[in-house]
Design a protein. Structure first.
Length: 78
């Protein structure tokens, strides 16, 4: 899934974001709105990490939402 798709599906993906980065507030999620740069900036701010670490975490998360089988708690198809 590319970042254009993430922006388009932001409302559905916010739960996954909250699960991985619990320090992000609802206001943070509204401000990010799927924007990668804003997302990286908020991660840096809330977690006190360097930009390259924030980018690494985002790339890892992006890969996990692109491959639903790679995430825990994936949607059930029952």
């Amino acid at each position: 899934m590319n970042w254009d798709q993430i922006e388009g599906k932001w409302k559905q993906l916010k739960g996954s974001v909250r699960q991985k980065w619990a320090k992000l507030t609802d206001d943070d999620l509204e401000l990010i709105a799927g924007n990668r740069d804003a997302f990286a900036g908020r991660l840096q701010e809330r977690y006190g990490i360097a930009k390259d670490e924030a980018e690494r975490q985002l790339a890892e998360w992006q890969k996990s939402v692109s491959d639903p089988g790679a995430t825990t708690g994936a949607r059930s198809s029952s």
